[in-house]
Design a protein around this ligand. Sequence first.
Ligand code: SSA
Ligand code: ZN
Length: 500
Amino acid sequence: MRFHLEASLRLSADAGAAEKAISDFIRDAGPILEKGAPEGQGAKITEWRLAKNRIDLVIDSDRYVRAHDALLRLRRPLSELLGKQYRIGVRGMDVTAFEIEVESDREIAHRIPYVREMRHEGGRLRLILDVGEGGTLGQSEIENRIPDRIVSLLEEKLEKGYGGKTEHWELLWESEKREPKFRADPTEEMQKAGWIKHGSARGQWIYGPQATHLFRTFEAIVLEEIIGPLGYQEMIFPKLDTWDVWKKSGHAQGVYPEIYFVCPPKTRDPAFWEEVMDYYKVTHEVPLELVKEKIDLPIGGMCYAQCPTFWGFLQGMTLPNGELPMRVFDRSGTSHRYESGGIHGIERVDEFHRIEIVWLGTKEHTLEEAEKLKGCYKHIFEDILELTWRTAWVTPWFMAQEGKTGLSEMTGAGTVDYEAILPYNGNWIEFQNLSVNGEKYPKGFTVKAQSGEALWSGCSGVGLERWASAFLSQKGLDPSNWPEEFRRRFGEMPKGIRFL
Ligand SMILES: Nc1ncnc2c1ncn2[C@@H]1O[C@H](COS(=O)(=O)NC(=O)[C@@H](N)CO)[C@@H](O)[C@H]1O
Ligand SMILES: [Zn+2]
């Protein structure tokens, strides 16, 4: 990676008298320009000239000391030198040319902010930044690390480009193979039995009384085996996520392809919408292009990960030591994801129902709580649902949902996926997960501990459609085939709704 920067330091007066001093300073500036770089690497001033009240500099560098950092390093000692002996101030700096060049086997087709032009030639990608007269990248952008964010973006793309790290999956534990009582597709069976019907939206179902009772029994098990014994308090997390929440949770980095965006009306004044209503009344068609003109930009989207909106409750606060570890959960509404094409059955839907369990405390608290939850889950899947299931150490959901791969650098942080086999097609599906998310959320939402210790958090998402898929595909819809412990909790099968 190479940087080429041309910039001028604006001075408060003609510095002709200081020319010798400036020349000596630049001659001896090596240590400043190479600090932190390996031997012989770093930045170099390849040209300079004093033009009365301006010092024009050309700086070339490698990735170890970026040219714009070199410029920032020079400013203070130079202004001290000129200030003390010559009473001349450095008023500011003007960047007149700035290029970043990097090895790359491919080009970037779309625009990147603050980049005027990109050229891909001879296996190298050259970014000409938008500086100088009328440019968007100036002194304050440099001071606000914009060039560094462009470099990070490039590094991320190049790493992904070289197929850097892939989705991590490592088996942790697997249960005994329990003979399946059933080998059909549970979704088809539930449709035949009138338990569920397609909703009108993509990947959406309407759950009849039987399926709903099944979901509520799963919920009751979670309440009885986890929430009660471990002392979780129920909360209601908002289900419309704003960009502000997704900036803090990291989703704003990469969740766009799967979001159901939410756009408010430009105004709620009925007169503004009369044209739409009239059009519909006459044609019985909704004039979507007209509606599109009358709705505002998206304020965010439907609930995606479920836990991010909880953190607004703690944002900016300091938690007394006695409050930790804190344990809460939410089951107040649906999550929505624009899932990939092959949507089949209830195991992968666009609208789903999840119990989101969240805990936070010191790192020890958080890891300890995770182990307690794992014990509870094992009891549920071994002794109540009697599943054939396994757990795997995977790329953390909070990285995957930012478009990243590999594993978290924070030791102990990461995601355990719970998977169950579906006998009808032999696939293993993830029916829930349990994650230690490290400092990410407390940091993202500036939550502190009275003790000053780093706050960690964890979360576990229990997907009810997935539990139903796992359980029904292994045990079928007939309660006489269900494990006694589950049947007891399920009780009476609801009458359901019949059709002629
Ligand atoms: N498209 C989907 N259909 C049904 N259930 C889903 C879907 N996407 C996720 N889930 C359920 O939600 C659980 C957690 O989703 S996750 O993305 O892996 N993790 C998170 O979002 C975390 N915030 C924990 O909920 C999954 O294990 C699964 O049980
Ligand atoms: Zn979560």
